[in-house]
Design a protein. Structure first.
Length: 239
């Protein structure tokens, strides 16, 4: 008998809506998140908005700001590094277990995930690239047979979506590399090469982390220069 997944709750829907607006850049870093305004925009009461904001604060997308209430949190390179270090271990374990326990299912269902990913790359749509990337990794975690892997990762996906969106909008060539690496991981899983599957998966996540962290650190370094440039222009105008 096929198990039908439960419909998302109202809180889940609000979490998804706010996450989408942060990921797409509609809500930028530092934007105030006023519960009444969000409730009116989404056509819901304040309670699901309040619960959604608490969940998003827990995963790092939202933070408190003195005198401003809740705001969209800036991306922090240290937090991204920590998250990807944890993710490398979990994704590596998922790939190893998938190779040991579900190689036949990987062979029958995996190619569809690869096809969807390559199609997303050709579309050029960042949202589709992120969606198919996450779907592939969730698929491997499901194949592992260890339900705690997906449960552990679930609260962190909203933050990861934002990191991926911020980078993929600028690192255009990265998307194809990602799916080439996915193909190698899936091949190892299908062939039951558990050691290779784990190694390739961990290397895949670690390489992505280096790109993301470097990108965010470069953005941080450019901000003082931008402020100095603006200050110099002001002095020039005043003089």
């Amino acid at each position: 008998m096929r198990i039908v997944p439960p419909a998302p709750s109202l809180v889940d829907q609000v979490v998804e809506a706010i996450t989408d607006e942060i990921v797409s850049g509609v809500l930028t870093s530092g934007s105030r998140l006023i519960q009444d305004d969000l409730a009116q925009a989404y056509g819901v009461s304040r309670q699901p908005v309040q619960q959604a904001l608490m969940l998003l604060r827990g995963c790092g997308l939202v933070q408190s700001a003195p005198g401003r209430g809740l705001i969209v949190a800036p991306l922090d390179p240290s937090s991204v590094r920590d998250l990807y270090e944890m993710r490398a271990v979990l994704e590596g374990l998922a790939a190893r277990l998938a190779a040991e326990r579900a190689s036949h299912r990987a062979a029958s269902e995996g190619p569809a995930y690869l096809a969807a990913g390559h199609e997303a790359v050709r579309s050029g749509l960042v949202s589709r690239k992120i969606e198919t990337d996450i779907a592939f990794h969730r698929f491997l975690s499901e194949l592992s047979g260890n339900t705690l892997i997906n449960e552990t990762m679930a609260p962190h996906w909203p933050y990861l979506k934002r990191v991926m969106s911020d980078v993929l909008q600028k690192e255009v060539g990265m998307s194809q590399t990602v799916w080439d690496e996915h193909e190698e991981i899936l091949a190892a899983v299908i062939e039951g090469r558990s050691n290779d599957a784990e190694r390739l998966s961990r290397e895949h996540i670690t390489r992505a982390a280096r790109v993301f962290v470097h990108h965010l650190e470069a953005q941080q370094d450019s901000k003082p220069k931008q402020r100095r440039t603006l200050a110099a222009r002001k002095v020039s105008l005043e003089s």
